[in-house]
Design a binder for this molecule. Sequence first.
Ligand code: BTN
Length: 245
Amino acid sequence: MNIIKLSATDSTNSYLKELTSNASLQNYTVVVAEYQNTGRGQMGTVWESVSGKNLTFSVLIRVGELKIKDQFYLSMAVALGVLNGVKPYVKNSLYVKWPNDILAEKNKIAGILIENVLKGNSINESIIGIGLNVNQENFSEELLNVTSLRKIIGKTLDKDEVLKSILVSIKKYVKFIDNQNYKELKNLYIKNLYKYETPSMFKDINEHNFLGKIIDVNEDGRLVVELEDEKTRKFNLKEIKFASR
Ligand code: BTN
């Protein structure tokens, strides 16, 4: 595996994206940085991480053949890869919070930002950005429900070792896509989904609270929620969140 280590950069996703446009890189090229000036999160948010404490890295993945309409399978594979790569280090229950946050119990330990480069109606290559809180002990007060492996297990971990575990695991789950084993991949994703089939309070785009339970995730990544009147509704990323976690 080709691993490029940087002490600082703006964002490992941006760095790797720039690199792919200038060089022909090996599949699974990794860029890892001790510090990002402008780490990016989902939906235009900022990814905060104390310098040197955590894993902030991006992986270049070329899946054999993946149609744009099936792109959520890559999100599933990466989420399962991160979850299972972290599993050897913690006894706590780990979950994927839709679409692809990784939780330990109810606290976020990792976030994933996927940026696809398209070709025709397929995904040519993907930049998979992962931020995993490893050895950070204190988080700013605004960040609720956030934790790190260090906070959970009470000891400092070797970040390179954790990185390796995650990369091996991501490769394993991306193979499901290469083998077009979509059904099994989705089953595994659903099995690890936070609050699956559990009545929960949600907030819609208009900040209205409503009760429902997650019953499925569509191939296009939309969350399928059964409402109190047993009707189902499908939500895109910006359209729903948990009212509390
Ligand atoms: C999220 O909002 O949960 C996604 C966070 C993704 C953060 C990672 S850190 C490495 C990579 N580079 C970035 O700028 N973002 C991703």
